[in-house]
Structures are given as C-alpha cells and as structure tokens.
Design a protein around this ligand. Structure first.
Ligand code: GDP
Length: 461
C-alpha cells in the first residue's frame, strides 16, 4: 500500500542546513544509493565497506577535481532518520561549494529532494507517525522555547500513543459488533455494551482535553495578540517602548499622535506576544485621520486575545474608566487594567484610589517601575486555567478538525447505544470514529493528503 508511492526507490539529495554562508553546511542523501553515490565522490576510502554510524574525513572529488575536504557520516537503514541508507556530508559553508557538491551527487545518481521528502520517507518507513512528522515541521518553524517544547513533545509521541490505544480498543469492538451481524438470527451480543460505553467515555474525555488544549497550543505556536488601549497621552507609546526596550513607536506629548497601528513582537518566558499599539479609543474626535485610526483600533480590539487598558493613575478618576470597562466586559476578552505614571504620585495613595478595581497593575512606563510585574501578569493571563504545559497540546489545525469529527462520532455511538440502535448502524458510527482517529496518526491516509502535508516542509527536511 503506502510503500508503492512514486519516487520510493530512488536516492534523494538536498542541503540540510540553511542556504547561505556559514561555518559548515550539511548535505544529506537518503535512499538505497546514498552510500554508493557518496562513495563515487570519495576516492580515499571505500565507504560501502564501512560500518554504520561512523565518520570519515577526506576529499570529495568529481572527475579528479577536488571539491572540498569533508566529513561523511554514514547511517545504514533502518537505523537512520528516514529508515533508509543515509549519508550526511559536512562541507565548508560556502553556497558555491555546496552547489557544486549537490550537482556532483546528482551527476553520480541522486536526484534533488522535494520539500519534506526526507520526513515523508521517515513516515512511510514507519519511523514517525503523521502527527510526529508534522511536528518536525513545527519544530523547525518554532521560534520560542515554548513552541519548540510542544513540537518536541509531539515528535516524541505526544498524544499519538493515547489515540492509537483508543483506536485499537474501538477496532476490537467494531470487529465484535460486525461479528454479531453474521449471527443476527441468533440474537447474540459478543460486544460487551458496558465496556464499550466505558471506552467511549474515555474517548470523550481524551478528545475534549485535546480539543481544549488547541487554544493554548495555538497561542504557543502563533503568539498572542495584545491590544494596548487607553486615552491619548496615557503613555501607550512609552509603555510599548519600555516593553520592547527600544524606541520603535514615535513618542509624543501631543494628544493623539500615535495614529497608525504598529505591531511589535515580544517574547516573554517563551510565549510570543504581538503588541498592537493602537490609536486610542477616543470616541468623539473631529480629526478625520484619527477617526480612521480609531476604527482600526476597534478592529484590532476585536482580533486581540488580551487587552491591556492603560490609564494615567493620577490624572484619571475611577468613574472615567467606567464606560471603557463596560465595553471590555461586553467584549468578553481577558483584560488587565494598567495604572501608569505612578512616579507622579504616592503609590500607597494610588493603591487606595484604585483598590476597588481589583486586578490593577501599577507601573511607570517612563521609569520602568512595575513593567516586569506587568510582563509576568501577561504570561499568567495566557496560562490561566490552562493544562500543565508538559501535557500533550494540539497545535495542528488538521488534528483539531479530525478530533472534532472523532468527538462527534463518539457522541453518535453513545447516543446510538442509549437508543438501542441496531448493531449495523452502531458499527457504522464506530467506523467513522476509527477513520478520523486514523487520519490523525496517519494509519488512514491517501496520497494527495500526504503530498499536501509534506509539501509544506522546506526542501532538505
Ligand atoms: P500615548 O498617547 O498613550 O501613546 O502616550 P505617550 O506614550 O505618547 O505619552 C504621553 C506623555 O506621557 C509623554 O510625554 C510621556 O513622556 C509621558 N509619560 C508616559 N509614561 C509616563 C510615566 O510613567 N510617567 C511620567 N511621568 N510620564 C509618562
């Protein structure tokens, strides 16, 4: 079945390290001819006679011309990433040399790999399941510690193991129920309905947990967008600069000069925050340009995952915030009140003044006081109520969609059991559930779907 896919028996080559100048570059070959092709370019030693997992230093030559002095690593299948014979040529990090070596490998019998083809082969050889293979792409694309950790967790098995176990349990039941159909005249029940119900209960818990984790997974993967709102002169630009520790937005004492929305990215404890500096939400402005800015602010507010509401702790009266707070309450997003300019007043008195508001963070954007506490509060808001970050987290939209289908079919089977649905219909619902479970781990898949998934990888992976 799967290993009849095209391009299966040939040897592929690609640069495994980023293109451009570096200290070293690694060119990887995989396939039945990987060692033979490399050997044709490596005159100093017979690589085909060497044991697996060894390193060899020597000159790489094409038709007598030296290309580079390299180190060749040998991995014999199935003990390699792809499960096939693999070599890795570490050469000097010049794009010219790398290009020459890849050309030489092609001339010696390899072909250029398609995007993701190394990982695709690893999947087809059973070295990784589909969820793990996709996590490889995530790991490469990850740019924070938290996203790398989630991707790594998925590569090492993540939730696949739990889903596979569930699938096996359900497979047994579907076989038993189908067996009952053969004996339909005799009115027997091979499949223990109580145990089936218990298994479905477990399935429901697991899928709900995984579906819930998607929100946090998404946050870790894509970052959380933060709308920074407040009246003109509240200190939004100053705070943005304090958070970013550099002067990016234009700070001005003239009310309403931050006209456009500027997006900046901040990495706090491995979570990406996309800070959107808005034009403020002053509702009655006569300035046409600023009105456009305000409209944009409202749009950004709608798209934000977290709202920071900044105000002048000294110059603002609690009653003035009422309208804004009501609007935020209606919006239903997590939000924080940030009392700024505490350097212009006495902190105890300010705490007293704002005490009834509960969760207020006191800062001075100008001096930096309280900015670290604010960052911590932002992280807490994101992780609030979230499952332990060590546990499995669904970050992939394809898995999420399939899990929703799993959940739906689990409900259908449960309802079917309750209403005494005949075995053949019950078996249909279980099959549907099995199908979607299998889609996640790749037990059920088709060539188009695979090509689509792996085409999103970069070449060399
Ligand atoms: P925005 O309109 O909300 O973006 O406000 P800005 O960041 O442009 O700040 C308006 C004015 O308040 C500027 O003159 C800032 O220097 C000043 N400002 C901002 N934060 C603080 C603060 O924490 N303490 C004091 N004393 N002044 C501040």
């Amino acid at each position: 079945m799967l290993n009849k896919l095209s391009g299966w028996s040939d040897t592929i080559v690609a640069l495994a390290t980023p293109p451009g100048i570096g200290a070293i570059g690694v060119i990887r070959l995989s396939g039945p001819g990987a060692i033979g092709v490399t050997n044709r370019l490596f005159p100093s030693k017979d690589l085909t006679a060497q044991p697996s997992h060894t390193l060899h230093v020597g000159l790489l030559k094409q038709e007598g011309e030296a290309l580079d002095e390299v180190v060749v690593a040998l991995y014999k299948g199935p003990r390699s990433f792809t499960g096939e014979d693999t070599t890795e040529i570490s050469c000097h990090g010049s794009p010219y040399i790398q290009g020459r070596i890849i050309e030489a490998c092609i001339a010696a019998g390899a072909r250029l790999a398609r995007p993701g083809e190394f990982t695709q082969r690893a999947f087809l050889n059973g070295k990784l399941d589909l969820a793990q293979a996709e996590a490889v792409a995530d790991l490469i694309a990850s740019n924070t510690a938290a996203s790398a950790k989630t991707a790594l967790h998925a590569i090492r098995g993540g939730f696949s193991a739990a889903l596979r176990q569930l699938r096996e349990g359900l497979l047994q039941f579907s076989a038993l129920i189908e067996l009952e159909l053969d004996f339909s005249q005799e009115d027997v029940e091979f499949a223990d309905r109580t145990r089936l119900r218990a298994l479905l209960g477990e399935a429901r818990t697991l899928t709900t947990q995984l579906l819930d984790s998607f929100r946090l997974g998404n946050v870790i993967r894509n970052g959380i967008s933060v709308a920074l709102i407040g009246r003109p002169n509240a200190g939004k630009s100053t705070l943005l600069n304090a958070l970013l520790n550099e002067e990016r937005a234009i700070v001005s004492a003239i009310a309403g000069t931050t006209r456009d929305t500027i997006e900046e990215v901040l990495n706090i404890d491995g979570i990406l925050f996309r800070l959107i500096d808005t034009a403020g939400i002053r509702s009655h402005s006569s300035d046409a340009i600023e009105n456009a800015g305000i409209e944009k602010s409202r749009q950004k507010l709608a798209a934000a995952d977290l709202v920071l509401c900044l105000f002048d702790a000294v110059g603002t009266e609690p009653v003035e915030l009422q309208e804004l707070e009501e609007e935020l309450q209606r919006g239903g997003k997590p939000w924080l009140l940030v009392a700024n300019k505490v350097d212009t007043g006495a902190l105890p008195a300010l705490r007293e003044k704002w005490a009834h508001r509960g969760n207020v963070v006191f800062i001075s954007a100008k001096s930096g006081t309280g900015v670290d506490a604010l960052k911590q509060e932002m992280v807490d808001r994101v992780l609030q109520g979230a499952a332990e970050t060590e546990s499995a987290i669904v970050t992939n939209a394809r898995h999420y969609a399939a899990l929703q289908e799993v959940q739906r079919s689990v409900e259908d089977v449960l309802n079917g059991l309750d209403s005494g649905l005949p075995g053949d219909l019950l078996a249909l619902d279980i099959r549907r559930c099995l199908h979607y479970l299998g889609e996640i781990t790749g037990e059920i898949t088709n060539e188009d779907q695979l090509d689509y998934i792996f085409s999103k990888f970069c070449i060399g992976k």
